[in-house]
Write a protein that binds this ligand. Structure first.
Ligand SMILES: [Zn+2]
Length: 103
């Protein structure tokens, strides 16, 4: 009985149906992998964008760091005291200027 159906399954219309179904399964699998790829790619892009924004932000913070001409301490531009285009850490150092006197 089964032996009689074997050639039919191998090349008959039933075999074509089975093969077609498995082809569809393969295409569906490929489609799922395709969607997963797009999903992973968009996740990666979002991650990259976040990283770029973070590094840009830290670059801006680095730009704003200035060095006191008096004592050499580094501080943010917003906290510094500017005198004649030179930055100092405090009013005392700004008033004293950069005359080399470290008293
Ligand atoms: Zn200083």
């Amino acid at each position: 009985m089964q032996r009689q159906f074997a050639p039919l399954l191998a090349s008959g219309p039933l075999a074509q149906t089975v093969r077609g179904a498995s082809d569809m399964l393969v295409s569906m699998k490929l489609f799922v992998w395709f969607l997963l790829g797009i999903f992973a790619y968009s996740l990666w892009r979002a991650h990259r964008r976040r990283q770029a924004a973070r590094s840009a932000r830290s670059a801006r913070q680095t730009e704003r760091m200035v060095r006191c001409e008096r004592c050499g301490v580094h501080l943010p531009l917003g906290e510094s005291v500017e005198r004649r285009g030179t930055y100092y850490c405090c009013d005392r150092h700004a008033d004293a200027g950069n005359d080399g006197d470290h008293s």
